[in-house]
Design a binder for this molecule. Structure first.
Ligand SMILES: NC(=O)c1ccc[n+]([C@@H]2O[C@H](COP(=O)([O-])OP(=O)(O)OC[C@H]3O[C@@H](n4cnc5c(N)ncnc54)[C@H](OP(=O)(O)O)[C@@H]3O)[C@@H](O)[C@H]2O)c1
Length: 267
């Protein structure tokens, strides 16, 4: 097993740091980090996180960028160069979902979802790799949804399957370069995620059984950072999610589809 990434004095880029898990990554890293670059679209929300952490020793910088666009992604590299930050940790956390059937989804929201969850994560990693200082770390935020096809959340689950697969491949590819790659697969976590994923018609997902899996953002982030430090390629935080992740990964696909058809009432 690779040695893992050491957090003290890290210089981290955290995407989606204006709320939810991203803001929590900033909270848990700020007491030990040398510098944190907080990336998201909402300048005010980023400033609020920065203010909250102003008593910590970390140098805190806010980079306002829309990562669903090429211009926004380029902005991150330009920002790092302009502020003389040489990162050794990239946390690809920004992401979004869309509750409802694929047939009735808006093309715009589907496109943004793919751009953010897949393209931004991939191209930001590609852009920052040449300047990532070693020993270095990459922590990708995937989802328990990556382990199963999810009717009424189809594009999201497929995008997270990409994130987990990509991360596990990079973990092997980059280990000889001294870069630890981990991905975290959270279950349902109370953040702004559901609010963003809901549609104007207020459609929602089937939440049966979710209460058993739900853990606070602080625990998700603690376990994710623990996995990165331990050099573990993939972590399912919380006991319930850890069991569910193992079961879903081992379950025959035919049985999985049968169970999903029954759950979604399409049988
Ligand atoms: N919460 C859950 O139940 C859950 C479960 C599994 C996995 N996850 C994953 O956890 C990650 C974080 O989500 P969260 O739960 O913390 O949700 P959240 O509270 O909605 O946070 C999403 C973050 O992404 C940023 N973001 C959204 N669109 C962006 C864009 N175009 N460019 C740049 N930043 C953008 C948002 O900031 P701005 O709006 O300011 O841009 C925000 O900081 C996501 O990858 C999500 O898929 C969440």
């Amino acid at each position: 097993m690779p040695k893992g990434f050491s957090l003290p004095q890290c210089r981290a880029v955290i995407t989606g740091a204006s709320s939810g898990l991203g803001a929590e990554f900033a909270r848990q890293l700020a007491p030990v980090a040398e510098a944190l670059v907080l990336v998201a679209r909402r300048a005010e929300a980023l400033e609020k996180v920065k203010q909250e952490l102003s008593a910590t020793p970390a140098r805190l910088l806010c980079c306002v960028a829309d990562l669903s666009t090429d211009a926004g992604r380029d902005e991150v590299s330009a920002f790092l160069a302009a502020h003389g930050v040489k990162p050794n940790l990239l946390i690809n956390n920004a992401g979004m979902g869309d509750y409802g059937s694929f047939a009735s989804s808006s093309v715009e929201k589907t496109r943004t979802q793919i751009e953010l969850n897949i393209t931004a994560l991939t191209l930001l990693t590609h852009a920052l790799l040449p300047q990532l200082q070693t020993p270095g770390g990459i922590l990708n935020v995937s989802s328990l949804a990556s382990t199963l096809p999810m009717p009424d959340l189809a594009v999201y689950a497929a995008s997270k399957a990409y994130v987990t697969s990509f991360s596990e491949a990079l973990a092997i590819e980059l280990a000889p370069r001294g870069i630890t790659v981990s991905c975290v697969c959270p279950g349902p976590t109370p953040t702004n995620f559901s609010q963003t994923a809901k549609r104007a018609d207020d459609g929602d997902t089937n939440r049966d059984g979710q209460a058993l899996l739900r853990i606070p953002p602080s625990q998700v982030v603690r376990e994710a950072l623990g996995a990165l430090q331990a050099g573990r390629a993939c972590v399912f935080p919380g006991v319930g999610v850890s069991i569910a992740g193992r079961v879903f990964r081992l379950m025959p696909r035919g049985i999985m589809r049968w169970a999903l058809r029954r759950r979604s009432g399409k049988e």
